[in-house]
Design a protein around this ligand. Structure first.
Ligand code: UD1
Ligand code: CA
Length: 448
């Protein structure tokens, strides 16, 4: 069935005590909003509408950074969840099929759960995602009979008896788009908070002869983030799950509790990850690659047989082909390293292409930035870059060439040439001894 998403992300998040909108706080290296959008993406939605309010510009930008086809709508005053959903109505006026409402601050809803809700729509006109809460606190309570949902009562409006119910509302809700927007338009703010409650649509729908049902998921999936403590807890829970999944998928983690995964990290079977490795967003590692201790990786690809680290940093656009070796204290950004390239020690490669089987000596730096613009360095196949070479971009080094240690390469080097670009050495006979004698004499005089 066709489906569109409405993500609610207008709330202030007062309890975060932050200048940053709540949904932009990070779990696993990415904003909460991206986690929610990722979950929604699994349904292959026709359209995704993100409702923004507090920090509208920043939140809208972050949404578009994840999905540039997302539609952004601003809710200028936060009058409640039904009012928030109503903002999306004009954008989804022609939407076929269903609409699913998700919260931007609820990062862990699983694709399987959203699918189960879609399936349950064959039995009910509206499907709500519920969970049994260990501590139901201030969640809305689901009043059910069998698998039929009668209504949702908000904590503030609930009787003592209703507050005793532990089946709670996650906030995720699914219905035919036209029905959803008709119902939302009928909601009135007749409650303790004076807000337009999305939860009221259940009673309104039933009054009109529609049916509602519940799909129940694990409480961990509906974990919402309202405080820094909950943010830290969300991170902890995410990592526990990600580590378990990695082990399950045949990846060796020497010290799992010290490895931090990104929300979209992909690692192939038989890869080895050492202690204290951090994966930011957008990392893919092929089978059999090895990431040694203390590496920091984001937006990069590591191919089969490659080894990285210890103490290496791969930044966005770093692409390592098969059997590449990147050693300690090496930083790579926006650079493509072809098969068998070796970059062993203390090197920065930024905005570069390096041909197969080239060796980059210790202390090499691509000088890619002139203070205004970035420039590219192109190095051919089977090149030997001598230790401590500065490659002042834009510059090219041809296949099979060699640069002498300590060279500052400002001009292109033709294939198979040797480039030496450093001051020639001069030896002054006995001058070291003379110099030391003079310095010692100066020191002795001062000491008196
Ligand atoms: C809501 C539900 C409650 C449920 C709980 C689960 C209602 C009335 N209540 O309560 O039943 O148990 O979530 O966490 O729906 N938002 C907007 N615009 C608004 C108001 C809210 O975009 O005008 C967004 C918030 O940013 C947030 C989400 O909607 O992402 C939920 O709003 P929140 O105020 O946190 O609802 P709760 O009181 O927690
Ligand atoms: Ca909330």
């Amino acid at each position: 069935m066709a489906v569109s998403l409405v993500l609610l992300a207008a709330g202030m998040g007062t309890r975060m005590n932050s200048d940053l909108p709540k949904v932009l706080h990070h779990v696993a290296g990415s904003p909460l909003l991206h986690h929610a959008m990722q979950a929604g993406r699994s349904l292959d939605p026709d359209q995704t509408v993100v409702v923004v309010g507090h920090g509208a510009d920043l939140v809208g930008k972050a949404a578009l950074a994840f999905d540039d086809t997302a539609l952004i709508v601003e809710q200028t005053e936060q009058k409640g969840t039904a009012h928030a959903v109503a903002q999306a109505a004009p954008l989804l006026a022609d939407a076929a099929g269903d609409v699913i409402v998700l919260y931007g601050d609820t990062p862990f809803v699983r694709p399987e759960t959203l699918q189960a809700m879609q399936d349950a729509r064959q039995r009910h006109d509206i499907v709500v995602l519920g969970f049994h809460a260990a501590d139901p606190g201030r969640y809305g309570r689901l009043i059910t009979q069998g698998d039929a949902l009668h209504r949702i009562v908000e904590f503030k409006d609930a009787t003592d008896q209703e507050r005793g119910i532990t089946l709670c509302n996650s906030g995720v809700i699914c219905a035919n788009a036209k029905l959803m927007f008709d119902l939302v338009a009928a909601v009135q703010p007749n409650n303790a908070a004076g807000e337009y409650y999305l939860t009221d649509i259940i009673e309104i729908a039933r009054g009109r002869g529609h049916t509602a049902g519940v799909v129940i998921c694990d409480e961990a999936e509906t974990l919402g983030v309202n405080t820094r403590a909950q943010l830290a807890d969300a991170e902890r829970q995410f990592q526990i799950r990600a580590r378990a999944e990695a082990l399950e998928n045949g990846i060796t983690l020497t010290a799992p509790e010290t490895v931090f995964f990104g929300f979209d990290t992909v690692i192939g079977r038989d890869a080895i990850v050492g202690p204290n490795v951090i994966f930011g967003p957008g990392v893919t590692v092929e089978s059999g690659a090895e990431i040694r201790a203390f590496c920091h990786l984001e937006g990069c690809h590591i191919s089969r047989g490659a080894t990285v680290g210890p103490f290496a940093r791969l930044r966005p656009g770093a692409e390592l082909a098969e059997d590449v070796h990147v050693g300690n204290f090496v930083e790579i950004k926006n650079a493509i390293l072809d098969e068998g390239v070796k970059v062993g020690h203390l090197t920065y490669l930024g905005d570069a292409d390096v041909g197969e089987h080239t060796n980059i000596g210790a202390g090499t730096i691509t000088c890619n930035y002139d203070g205004v613009m970035k420039h590219r360095t192109t190095i051919g196949k089977r090149v030997f870059i001598g230790s401590d070479t500065m490659l002042v971009a834009p510059v090219r080094v041809g296949d099979g060439a060699l640069t002498a240690s300590g060279s500052v390469i400002t001009n292109d080097v033709p294939a198979e040439d040797l480039a030496i670009a450093r001051a020639p050495q001069v030896n002054k006979a006995g001058l070291a001894t003379k110099l030391f004698d003079r310095l010692r004499a100066i020191k002795a005089k001062k000491g008196k």
